[in-house]
Design a protein around this ligand. Structure first.
Ligand SMILES: NC(=O)c1ccc[n+]([C@@H]2O[C@H](COP(=O)([O-])OP(=O)(O)OC[C@H]3O[C@@H](n4cnc5c(N)ncnc54)[C@H](O)[C@@H]3O)[C@@H](O)[C@H]2O)c1
Length: 366
């Protein structure tokens, strides 16, 4: 088991272990009521065990509140529905919410927790790899509007995060691979910055155990990723200094692929291709050598992730560039997060030649 601390104010622990669902109750000792928010497929498998353990180890009344699946359920309508059901059930400010699920549950229940009674405690219990290494850590919560994704949200840090890596056994293969895209990002963040023997080596040496979802190896992998995210979040809790933006490595191109659409890629698959693009772009800008460019391609590949844009011949670079210019970080120009001599940095407006090389590296002619 790993216990890591996110050193924000107040600090909170992230417990990571196979079977860690049993540890959730200990985070709720002084609560009178606990509202567990989840989705039907997840609750069918995991909620009975979780609710029984909270009921037997605390004096709290426990209720299960199901919400819908998918991005369309990450909405103001769901937040209102949850808050009304909480009120009906008697949830008060000193009580707690538990988010049992992936990033959709975590973001929606997290935002509901931020606004219900002007803020109630939330314990994040992520059940997808993406939520374990990313969404559940750091206190960013949001829901979507018809006008765009994550447009309404709040910073609301959890009181604890409990990661049961054995819940990954039931996750669909594409969802699991999608999480590995973010894992590859963390590995490449540390690969260049600080720790060449950490996560990268673990992924290289144990890639088959990772792909077989060995819960002990996944505990180590998730702990490495959480340690990196926790450090960045503690340095820049409200996303004000630019430090937190380094977590967007690979994401400028990934968001463009997702926005242009039509590629049928999960977020993590898009991030994997975005990492290849970022490595190639950094190489073409003379920021890193060919060894680093190669690693940005080899690591996603070793994890079974795509490294080329599907149907690259038909990819429209002008459309992708237009979307990247609209990216909220770019303020009109083109902005990327790239490796270099000084670590991971924001780089604005690379040359057309460097962009052409990066597009070609992911299978798009320009
Ligand atoms: N707040 C943040 O900092 C942050 C960071 C990254 C992503 N996000 C958000 O996270 C969301 C994506 O999250 P996600 O990838 O976890 O998707 P998701 O929450 O939609 O989960 C994917 C699917 O897997 C199912 N599922 C979850 N756990 C399962 C399990 N253990 N076994 C079987 N099925 C399971 C879910 O019911 C769902 O159908 C996006 O909305 C994104 O914006 C937020």
């Amino acid at each position: 088991m790993s216990t890591l601390t996110v050193a924000v104010d107040p600090p909170y622990d992230v417990e990571i272990a196979p079977g860690a669902l049993e540890l959730v109750a200990a985070k709720l000792k002084d609560r009178k009521r606990v509202a567990v928010v989840s989705q039907a497929t997840i609750a069918d498998t995991y909620s009975a065990r979780l609710l029984a353990s909270i009921e037997s180890e605390t004096n709290a009344r426990v209720g299960l509140f199901l919400m819908g699946d998918g991005e369309t359920s990450k909405s103001m309508t769901t937040v209102e529905d949850l808050c009304r059901r909480f009120a009906d059930w008697g949830l008060l400010r000193g009580d707690a919410i538990v988010a049992l699920g992936g990033g959709v549950v975590g973001d929606t229940a997290g935002f509901a927790a931020a606004v219900y009674h002007r803020g109630v405690a939330i314990v994040q219990v992520p059940t997808t790899l993406l939520a374990m290494v990313d969404a559940a850590i750091g206190g960013k919560t949001a829901v979507n509007l018809a006008e765009g994704k994550n447009l309404v949200g709040a910073f609301h840090q959890p009181v604890a995060v409990v990661v049961d890596t054995s819940t990954l056994e039931t996750l669909g293969q594409r969802e699991f691979l999608s999480g590995l895209g973010e894992v590859a990002k963390y590995a490449l963040l540390t690969d260049v910055v600080a720790d060449p023997t950490g996560l990268t080596a673990l992924l290289r040496l144990r890639s088959s155990a990772v792909l077989d979802r060995d819960p002990d190896v996944l505990t180590e992998v998730v702990a490495c990723c959480v340690a990196i995210k926790a450090e960045v979040v503690a340095a820049d809790p409200f996303e004000q200094t630019g430090r937190r933006a380094t977590l967007n490595l690979g994401h400028t191109f990934a968001h463009a692929l997702e926005t242009v659409g039509g590629y049928d890629l999960t977020h993590g698959e898009a991030v994997a291709i975005g990492l290849v693009f970022a490595g190639a772009l950094a190489g073409a800008c003379g920021r890193v050598g060919s060894d680093v460019v190669d690693r940005y391609q080899a690591l996603p590949h070793a994890l079974g992730l795509p490294t080329q844009v599907p149907d690259g011949e038909s990819g429209d670079p002008e459309q992708l560039l237009a979307v990247m210019r609209r990216d909220k970080k770019a303020a009109g120009g083109l902005s990327f997060v790239l490796p270099g001599q000084n670590g991971i940095e924001r780089v604005d407006d690379p040359s057309d030649e460097a962009l052409r090389y990066a597009f070609a590296s992911v299978g798009i002619g320009i």
